[in-house]
Ligand binder design. Structure first.
Ligand code: HAM
Length: 425
């Protein structure tokens, strides 16, 4: 237990963190271009936020939440997604009085007690955006095009964008009745969870993963066939906008999404390359969520993208990410006096923006050079009493093997210029 992380969690190690920095930076950049600003929300919320927001008949709430009582006796849940917390924050921080729409993005860890497999973890990470205060299909198109541009910028190809409309509460009520009528006849063949969902939220029955239940769903009515005129016009307008923007999509009549807050547009970006957990990104409209939390009626739309799945997809498409730059210089030292001098010099170099390494565990000179090689340092100097007396060092460029005697004081400037691509060596 002491040397093994809990099932479904993993460390992101220094030799892979550059990939995370890369996609994080790109995501932030694309969000800013679309006018989205970052929000940071707590890792945990009151449990009720998810029961009411995500819905208490969903798999997430019924089976997957990390819920506990804190020492004050409050029921707390580690966030199983980001939308509900962001919606809570929108209301709590009076964002409805800001100019609308309010456009937010986030980069969060997420917690779900799921069966672990490739691309499915218990702690994972999501990029997400939430756009509040715009009911027009233009908002749907903006959010989807943001995601599309993000993938294109990264060079990720061939993800299918699948769209559906699951209507508004009015069309859903009509649909639920039709669904109930069909499912009622099959009820005895369905599992206990399905039977419980039948009365409270029949649509959620379609999320069931039991083989025997899935077999019973073959002839159930499809939601998009029952949406009202307004919802249908909204969906047609979105499809037209995506076509105009040159964003390919297919309509997948089967998408219902496993969270209760969705209304109208739902969508997923799906990969064929990374196994059964191929949904890299999922999202949709949630026009009733803010009202459900007690705010004034405010439409919303957003998506969540699994960062682990994105990185798996990038690997499978052989998309390489620039490796971190090697250190600009390694300062080797001979003797105690040079050691002290090097400590001050290293700080000076670092303060001027240079990546500088030196030995701090008392290696021999030979071992220091071996270490400098392992670090792949671009330049090396060796400081001894003589160098300090003369104020000069021999600076070796490890890329070319060239060596030049220079004044120690000129080191920061030379190294900075070299780093910026002006080779004045
Ligand atoms: P979601 O579909 O539950 O939606 O999750 C979004 C994405 O998170 C998925 O497409 C997938 O890439 C990733 N993901 C989900 N579960 C796991 C897991 N166990 N391990 C690894 N990755 C996973 C939401 O969370 C909504 N809040 C999205 C949204 C935002 N809708 C509107 N706004």
């Amino acid at each position: 237990m002491l040397t093994k992380a809990p099932k479904g969690t993993r460390d992101i190690l220094p030799d892979e963190i550059y990939k995370w920095y890369f996609v994080e930076e790109k995501f932030r950049d694309i969000c800013h271009r679309f006018g989205f600003n970052e929000i940071r929300i707590p890792v945990f919320e009151h449990t009720e936020i998810f029961q009411r927001g995500v819905g208490d008949t969903t798999d997430i709430v019924q089976k997957e939440m990390y819920t506990f009582n804190d020492k004050g006796g409050r029921s707390i849940t580690l966030r199983p997604e980001g939308t509900a917390g962001v919606a809570r924050s929108y209301i709590e921080n009076g964002m409805s009085s800001l100019p609308q729409p309010v456009k937010l993005f986030y980069n969060i860890s997420v917690y779900r007690y799921e069966n672990v497999q490739k691309g499915r973890y218990r702690e994972f990470h999501q990029f997400g955006v939430e756009l509040f205060g715009a009911a027009d299909p233009a908002a749907d198109a903006e959010v989807i095009s943001l995601m599309h541009l993000f993938f294109t910028t990264l060079g990720v190809k061939n993800l299918s964008l699948n769209l559906n409309s699951i209507g508004c509460p009015d069309c859903r009520a009509v649909y639920n009745e039709k669904l109930r009528a069909v499912l009622e006849r099959k009820l005895s063949k369905l599992c206990a969870t399905c039977r419980e969902r039948f009365a409270r939220n029949p649509m959620r029955i379609l999320d069931c993963k039991e083989e025997s239940c899935i077999r019973e769903f073959e002839e159930v009515p499809v939601l998009i066939d029952h949406i009202c005129v307004n919802c249908s016009n909204h969906f047609e307008s979105l499809k037209e906008k995506l076509t105009d923007m040159g964003i390919p999509f297919s309509v997948d009549r089967g998408i219902v999404r496993g969270l209760d807050y969705y209304t109208r547009t739902v969508f997923e970006f799906v990969s064929k390359n990374i196994g059964s957990q191929g949904t890299v990104c999922g999202g949709g409209r949630y026009d009733g969520l803010i009202e459900e939390f007690g705010g004034k009626p405010t439409p919303g739309i957003g998506f969540g993208l699994g960062i682990e799945r994105l990185l798996l997809e990038m690997d499978s498409q052989n998309i390489t990410v620039p490796m971190p730059e090697p250190p600009d210089i390694f300062i080797g030292v001979i003797g105690e006096k040079a050691g002290k001098y090097a400590e001050v010099l290293a700080l000076k170099l670092r303060a001027s923006g240079i990546t500088c390494h030196k030995d701090i565990i008392g290696r021999s000179v030979k071992a220091q050079m071996k270490y400098a090689n392992k670090l792949n340092a671009r330049h090396v100097v060796i400081l001894g009493d003589d160098e300090i007396k003369k104020g000069k060092v021999e600076l070796k460029n490890m890329d070319t093997g060239e060596v030049r005697e220079i004044h120690i004081d000129t080191l920061p400037d030379r190294l900075l210029k070299y780093k910026q691509g002006n080779n004045t060596f």
